[in-house]
Design a protein around this ligand. Sequence first.
Ligand code: CMP
Length: 228
Amino acid sequence: MKLDAPELLQSPLFEGLPPEAREIAEQAFRTMVYRPGQTIFEAGDSGHALYLIRSGRVKISHCNLDGKEKVLAYLNPGEIFGEMSLVDEEPRSATATAVDEVTLHALYLEEYWGLVRRYPQVAHNLARILARRLREMNHEVEILTFEEARGRIAYALLKLYRHRYGEPTARGRRMGLTHRELADLAGTSRETATRVLNQFHEQGLVHAESRAIEVLDTEGLENVLYDL
Ligand code: CMP
């Protein structure tokens, strides 16, 4: 399968490259397909490739010492993961699982270096992707440390929204997500997530269903987050 989807060619990894570089980049990627629920790799595995998501969602998660799963992120088409081990050659820092049927384009270390030698901008683009993730993580640590459940859930919804998760609607954005998945993202219980979602629903901030949440009012969610 060719890397011909225009939205993938607009990946931040290719930013600032001339058109012919993109064609060369296409040749460097290998395509793979995963079934829903299939593990792409596990935390601790050795890893020599980064992945660009062509279609489907990927869950990035980690197990605590007591074995409880913590979801770090849900990633969407156009996003990149696995870049950390590619860069530092340390084991995978988290587990990646296909949520739906997922098609990925993998870039292995050797091909990555081939691209970087020709186009050093690729390495800078990857550094920017890492810097952005670090900024986001610093912000997230602050939220998870200081915010109550309402703030954490508002933050998780805003993060998904900013990552353009789900589909745009006339009123906002509808995201396929169970209350349990949202609870895992916000580091709270399923019961608390449902209670808070019901409050947000009544306040007109979201339209909550059992397996989907439509975000209606991002400003209102920001106000919850910053307690305005
Ligand atoms: P790597 O360590 O190679 O394998 C796991 C990948 O998950 C990691 O690279 C990142 O691409 C991704 N990842 C790790 N932590 C996070 C996070 N907090 N948010 C989003 N993605 C992450």
